[in-house]
Design a protein around this ligand. Structure first.
Ligand code: MAN
Length: 552
């Protein structure tokens, strides 16, 4: 075996292998074996045979950049057929840095094909495909460093570390899933019991509603029965009161007309003559400001009238206009305070020392000078109801209260029935695990808003620094993909967005030990996304965690 032959083996092993250093050694060893077999160096041959067999136990031979699952397509003993079947080429044109296949599959380990894909095995972590343009570009893409085999980039193999971190995270997630799933079983059991209780309560209430409805109907009749005599008695009382007031008014009017007759009958001869009306300008008939004999005569209708005729035909004509002279004397015109008669300040009054006069001046003069107008006269109060009427009112009131109480109970019952029917009709997940969220609300505070998620009800957004709450959507439906419908909740038809859609919210449900709203965002204007953790979204964790991936 010559040095040249050893070098060729080394070169080939580098070109073909995409494996760990040990794999390259194996490739190298196979090559040497072939050379030695040709050169009949039997002793060394035996040693190498043992080594090669050891290598084959861990490495599966394939060109650089090919995944384990695709290795069957890269058999170096046969020509290579592009994976899209478009062309077959000699095997030595695989990874020769020249793109022969339209699908780029002849150059998995070089960047010759723009659409090529390089497979990193990433032993200890996750295998990965990268675009072949990233091969030897000086940037470490694969954690096992295999994409930078000829760029001089100093890549460090971080796969084991990353795998460890990933396993720790998976372990933690599994622990959460285990605990969450345990809680979920309790939630399911509670939901089952709760649902049964609610159904029983609903049935019971529906039955009792009928009885209560009949009771309310009967009480309404009783109330109406009691209200009829009550109304009649009240009306009679009111009518009697009105009649009484009318009679009193008529009597007062009669008295007044007598007084006026007496006042007008200046010569007290029991007869009122036209001349006795002349001084009463306010009775002027034609509005010329004077009271002629003819006008006075026209009011009386005769030369003179006695008190009876006066009351009957004259008084009704002058009742509103007549001004008594005695009234006029009793009520002198009110003097407006003028500049020349300034009000005397209190302290100056005191200085006068005339306490008697002062006391009189302090009296409010308006009370003496201005008679109360008709409108100002207090309307006399209706006297209290008589005993019989009051008893009827009390009886009707009792009937009203009893009816209203029963009616309220019926309304409350109907509300409860509606609430129960609504709750029972909701879809709380395959085993009712989400039912515990009904009636609950969860908040999340951001720098600008407080978001509130009330599952199966609505989502709101309240500005922190003033302003009213905005509805981000009312409960719509479960909105996860077909195979995981209960992983998303959709809330719709919220407050409309200016020049946009009505606000809506999508809530992503993830497995958590506790129920907690962890994030909100607005990926597109007025379309919100929230993340909510709940044990109800937990599934049993896989028994065996993915192990250290060591594919070679
Ligand atoms: C308010 C909030 C925002 C929303 C805008 C749209 O400010 O509801 O979330 O983007 O209105 O105008």
């Amino acid at each position: 075996m010559t040095l040249k032959e050893v070098r060729r083996c080394a070169r080939n092993s580098l070109a073909l292998s995409d494996r760990l250093p040990i794999a390259r050694h194996c490739r190298f060893a196979v090559c040497l074996y072939r050379v030695l077999a040709e050169g009949r160096m039997k002793a060394l041959l035996l040693l190498l045979l043992v080594g090669v067999l050891g290598c084959w136990a861990v490495e599966v031979k394939r060109p650089r950049g090919v995944s384990l699952s695709n290795r069957a397509f890269y058999d170096d003993s046969k020509p290579f057929t592009c994976l899209d079947g478009s062309r077959t080429i000699p095997f030595d044109r695989v990874n020769d840095d020249y793109c022969d296949c339209a699908d780029g599959t002849d150059e998995p380990g070089t960047s010759a094909c723009s659409n090529g894909r390089f497979h990193c095995t990433n032993a200890g972590y996750k295998p990965q495909y990268i675009p072949s343009s990233r091969i030897n570009d000086g940037i470490c893409d694969c954690c096992d460093t295999t994409d930078e085999y000829n760029s001089g980039a100093l890549c460090e193999n971080t796969c084991r570390e990353m795998g460890k971190k990933e396993r720790e995270e998976l372990q933690m997630a599994a622990e959460i899933a285990r605990e969450g799933f345990r809680v979920k079983q309790l939630l399911i059991e509670d939901a089952r019991k709760g649902r049964e209780e609610k159904q029983t309560k609903l049935q019971d209430m529906v039955q009792r509603r009928q009885a209560l409805q009949s009771q309310v109907d009967a009480l309404r009749l009783q109330k109406e029965e009691a209200e009829k005599p009550e109304q009649e008695a009240k009306d009679a009382h009111q009518k009697a009161w009105e009649e009484h007031k009318e009679a009193e008014k008529a009597e007062e009017d009669k008295q007044r007309s007598l007084e006026v007759f007496t006042e007008l009958d200046q010569d007290s001869d029991g007869m009122l003559a036209a001349s006795e009306l002349r001084s009463h300008m306010e009775l002027d008939v034609d509005g010329d400001g004077a009271m002629s004999d003819e006008e006075a005569q026209s009011l009386l209708g005769d030369t003179s009238v006695d008190v009876g005729i006066f009351q009957e035909s004259v008084w009704p004509q002058i009742r509103e206009k007549f001004k008594s002279e005695t009234d006029a004397q009793a009520v002198p015109p009110i003097e407006e305070p003028t500049e020349s008669h300034p009000e005397v300040p209190e302290d100056e009054d005191e200085e006068d020392g005339d306490e008697g006069e002062d006391d009189e001046e302090d009296e409010p003069e308006e009370d003496i000078r201005v008679p109360p107008s008709k409108a100002q006269e207090a309307e006399p109060e209706m006297p209290p109801y008589d005993e019989v009427t009051q008893a009827l009112i009390d009886a009707a009131q009792t009937a009203r209260s009893t009816y209203e109480e029963a009616e309220k109970s019926l309304r409350d019952m109907e509300d409860t029935i509606k609430g129960l029917e609504k709750e029972i009709s909701l879809d709380f997940g395959p085993t009712g695990e989400f039912s515990y969220l009904y009636g609950e609300c969860y908040e999340l505070s951001t720098s600008e808003y407080v978001y509130r998620l009330c599952p199966f009800n609505r989502v709101t957004q309240k500005p922190k620094h003033g302003g009213s709450e905005t509805n981000l959507g009312s409960w719509g439906s479960w909105a996860g993909p077909e195979d995981n419908k209960f992983s998303f909740m959709k809330f719709e038809h919220g407050t409309s967005c200016w020049q946009g859609p009505n606000r809506s919210t999508l809530v992503k449900l993830s497995c958590g030990k506790d129920s907690i709203l962890t994030s909100t965002s607005e990926p597109s204007r007025c379309e919100y996304l929230m993340e909510f953790f709940t044990p109800a979204a937990c599934h049993p964790p896989p028994e065996v965690l993915p192990d250290d991936h060591d594919e070679l």
